[in-house]
Design a binder for this molecule. Structure first.
Ligand code: G3D
Ligand code: MG
Length: 222
């Protein structure tokens, strides 16, 4: 168990096509490991991590790692509800996964809170020198044109920018909490505030997570 206490819990969903690295990114964040052999996600799994967002303020990210396969779509859509943050993942070495991000975003926006903080993530940047199929500029422009908070390239394999990606989403969520965009008394926002610290408030998330730890911010770049 982590000794760190959290101020808020926020629900984050991982979405995007199969095999882009959604599970690998989640495991890299929560366990700081990468495995070449992996189990395909069935419907969804949950991981968690406590991250710092401000002086002495911590958010526990409850990460719903969803399956990208078409036959789980109906199920994964139901996980979009209550989400306050999202990593929309594609694979920089497979063009078709980027072609599908528009569809994933439309699906997400049809279900989720309009204030949801969405980060576009181009994963597998360790392969970008030889196998890149989507340019940084194109992805950045698409993210801006579609109202996403930002775009980042990551590698779950090397760890490059993985923590930063989640941290960026956590910070954005915190700014929105501070700015009153997420009403912590409204269950649909999927934010839980620490009752011990702040008194009794409404809880929008109630599942137990499988792992957690503390995050150190690194200044790495792909
Ligand atoms: P998903 O959860 O989006 O379906 P996974 O994707 O995390 O299961 O990863 C799919 C495959 O991509 C896995 O390989 C995994 O090892 C690999 N992968 C994930 N992230 C990276 C990365 O950053 N760099 C590289 N080079 N590979 C990555 P297999 O061979 O098991 O299918
Ligand atoms: Mg998976």
């Amino acid at each position: 168990m982590s000794s760190k206490t959290w101020d808020y819990i926020a629900k984050i969903v991982m979405i995007g096509d199969s095999a882009c690295g959604k599970s690998s990114l989640t495991v890299r964040l929560t366990d700081n490991t990468f495995s070449d052999t992996h189990d395909v996600t069935i419907a969804a799994e949950i991981g968690s991590k406590i991250v710092p967002v401000d002086d002495s303020i911590f958010i526990k990210l409850q990460i719903w790692d969803t399956a990208g396969q078409e036959h789980y779509r109906a199920v994964t859509r139901s996980y979009f509800r209550n989400a306050t943050g999202c990593l929309l993942v594609y694979d920089v070495t497979r063009r078709e996964t980027f072609n599908h991000v528009q569809e994933w975003l439309a699906d997400l926006r049809a279900q989720a809170d309009p204030e949801i903080c969405v980060l576009l993530v181009g994963n597998k940047c360790d392969l970008s020198d030889t196998q890149r199929q989507v340019s940084v500029q194109e992805a950045r422009e698409w993210a801006a044109a579609n109202g996403l908070m930002d775009f980042v390239e990551t590698s779950a394999k090397t760890g490059d920018r993985v923590e930063e990606a989640y941290l960026q989403v956590a910070r954005e969520i915190y700014y929105k909490i501070k700015g009153g965009k997420f009403d912590i008394n409204d269950r649909t926002h999927g934010i839980k505030i620490n009752n011990t610290k702040y008194g009794s408030q409404t809880v929008g998330i109630n599942l137990e997570s499988k792992s957690h730890g503390d995050l150190k911010v690194k200044g790495k770049c792909c």
